[in-house]
Design a binder for this molecule. Structure first.
Ligand SMILES: Cc1cc2nc3c(=O)[nH]c(=O)nc-3n(C[C@H](O)[C@H](O)[C@H](O)COP(=O)(O)OP(=O)(O)OC[C@H]3O[C@@H](n4cnc5c(N)ncnc54)[C@H](O)[C@@H]3O)c2cc1C
Length: 392
C-alpha cells in the first residue's frame, strides 16, 4: 500500500491560477507546497484561453488586478522567470452612443491607474489598424499596453519557477475525496493519500466536484465559449490592436494569432452546461457564419475569410462575473479560487501573489478581500457599469 504523503500546502489544479499561486507561495517563503493535477499542467480551461490581458474593466478591483498583472506580463522574465510570449498590441474598444457613459467612466479610471486610454478619431484608429471600418461606431477608445500571451507557455513558466523554488507537482493525480480530520485534511487520489493542514481549491470549472466532497456548493455556473480563427489572403499583423466590438450582439473580440490569422471570441454568457465534461470542441456552422458576418461588417476584407480552426472552452461564472477567492467559511484551512469567468488569465499574476499573501498572513499588495464568497449573502455583490458580463 502507498504511504500517505504530507505537505504544508496543497493546491488542487494545475491551471494558470493554481500554478501562479504555487509559484507565489514558494516565492514568499512557503515550504513543502504540493500541486495535484488530474491531467497535465495547463490542460483545463487555461489551455483554451485567448490569453488577452486588457485592463478595460468597470469594477475597480478587477481593473486594479489587470493593471498590476500587465506590469508582470510585460517584465515576466525579470519578475518571475521564463517567456509567456507577451505581445504588446494595444486594445481598441468600439461603442455606440449608448455605451459612451460607461466607456468614458472606464477610460477615466484607467487613466487614474496610469493606463493611457483615450478616444481616437476613425482616421487615427485606421493608422493603427488599417482593416477596420467605423461607420456605425460613435466612440473609439484605445490604450497601448494591452497584449496577449501564450497561455501554455505562461502556465508552464509559473510551474517551472515553482519547481525551481521547491514545489512538488503530481500530474495524472485526480483528487477523488477530501476527508476533514480536524486541523488536518486527507486528500484521496488513486496514487494514495495526501495529508495537509491547508488546501487551495483551484480546479476551475471542476471545483463543483471538490465542493461536493466537503458539502459546499460554490455559487458559479458553467458555460461553453466558442473561439474561431479566420484568415484572408494576406497576414493579419501580430501588432494590430485587439478589438472589442460592443456594437455586436455577442460583444465579439478579436486579436492576431500565430500564423497570420485572427482569433475571434465572444463576450456573451455562452451556452450554459451542467457538466464541464460534456463540453466538446464542436462549433456549429451557424456560429461560424454569424460571427463571420460580424467580422466582415467590421473588416470588409473579411467578406471571403476562411475558417482555419475552431474550439470551445469552459467559463466558470459567479452571479456577478467576479471571482470567488478566499477562505471557505466553516472549513478552517480550506481556501478557494474559482469563478474567473473570462478574466482568469489576465488576473492570474496578482491573484496568485495576493492569494499567497492572504494564506501566509500578510497584507495582500493588491487587495482581494472583496472577492470573498460571502459577498452574495451579505449584499456586497460587485456591480459594474456595463451590467453583468465580461467587462465587469
Ligand atoms: C475560450 C476561452 C477564452 C478565454 N479568453 C480569456 C482571455 O482572453 N483573457 C483572460 O484573462 N481570460 C480568458 N479566459 C478565462 C481564463 O482562461 C480562465 O479564467 C483561466 O484560465 C482559469 O484558470 P484556472 O486555473 O482557474 O482553471 P483551469 O485552467 O481549468 O485549471 C483547473 C485545473 O484543475 C484540474 N482539476 C480539476 N479537477 C481536479 C481534481 N479533482 N484533481 C486534480 N486536478 C483537478 C484540471 O485538470 C485543470 O487543469 C478564457 C477562457 C476560455 C474558456
Amino acid at each position: 500500500m502507498e504511504q500517505q504523503k504530507t505537505a504544508d500546502f496543497i493546491i488542487i489544479g494545475g491551471g494558470v491560477i493554481g500554478c501562479s499561486t504555487a509559484y507565489n507561495l514558494a516565492n514568499q517563503g512557503a515550504k513543502n507546497v504540493v500541486v495535484l493535477e488530474k491531467g497535465e499542467i495547463c490542460t483545463g480551461g487555461t489551455a483554451k484561453s485567448c490569453a488577452i490581458t486588457r485592463s478595460h474593466y468597470s469594477i475597480e478591483a478587477n481593473m486594479r488586478h489587470a493593471v498590476e498583472s500587465v506590469k508582470i506580463f510585460e517584465n515576466f522574465d525579470e519578475i518571475v522567470g521564463g517567456d509567456p510570449r507577451f505581445q504588446r498590441s494595444g486594445h481598441m474598444i468600439l461603442g455606440s452612443e449608448d455605451f459612451r457613459p460607461q466607456m468614458e467612466k472606464v477610460f477615466r479610471m484607467q487613466n487614474k491607474y496610469g493606463i493611457d486610454t483615450h478616444a481616437l478619431t476613425p482616421a487615427e484608429a485606421n493608422e493603427l489598424h488599417p482593416l477596420l471600418q467605423f461607420e456605425d461606431v460613435a466612440l473609439i477608445g484605445y490604450e497601448s499596453r494591452t497584449g496577449y500571451c501564450d497561455p501554455y507557455l505562461t502556465t508552464t513558466a509559473y510551474a517551472q519557477r515553482a519547481k525551481d523554488l521547491g514545489v512538488t507537482f503530481y500530474t495524472g493525480t485526480p483528487v477523488s475525496g477530501i476527508r476533514m480530520n480536524g486541523a488536518n485534511k486527507t486528500l484521496e487520489t488513486p496514487q494514495g493519500g495526501f495529508e495537509t493542514p491547508t488546501i487551495i481549491l483551484a480546479a476551475g470549472p471542476w471545483t463543483h466536484a471538490l465542493g461536493k466532497m466537503i458539502g459546499v456548493k460554490f455559487p458559479y455556473e458553467i458555460s461553453k465559449h466558442k473561439v474561431l480563427t479566420l484568415k484572408i489572403d494576406y497576414p493579419y499583423e501580430k501588432d494590430w490592436p485587439i478589438v472589442k466590438d460592443l456594437l455586436t450582439p455577442e460583444k465579439i473580440y478579436f486579436r492576431p494569432d500565430s500564423g497570420g490569422v485572427v482569433l475571434v471570441g465572444t463576450g456573451d454568457h455562452g451556452e450554459p452546461v451542467e457538466d464541464v465534461e460534456a463540453i466538446t470542441d464542436e462549433v456549429e456552422m451557424e456560429h461560424v457564419e454569424r460571427i463571420g458576418k460580424r467580422m466582415a461588417n467590421r473588416m470588409p476584407a473579411f467578406a471571403d475569410a476562411k475558417l482555419v480552426r475552431s474550439w470551445t472552452g469552459p467559463y466558470d461564472i459567479p452571479p456577478d462575473w467576479c471571482p470567488i477567492i478566499g477562505p471557505v467559511s466553516g472549513f478552517d484551512g480550506v481556501t478557494v479560487a474559482v469563478g474567473f469567468s473570462g478574466h482568469g488569465f489576465k488576473l492570474a499574476p496578482t491573484i496568485g501573489e495576493s492569494l499567497a499573501q492572504q494564506i501566509l498572513g500578510t497584507e495582500p499588495r493588491v487587495p482581494i478581500e472583496m472577492y470573498d464568497m460571502n459577498r452574495f449573502e451579505s449584499g456586497k455583490m460587485m456591480h459594474g457599469a456595463y451590467g453583468i458580463g465580461t467587462l465587469a
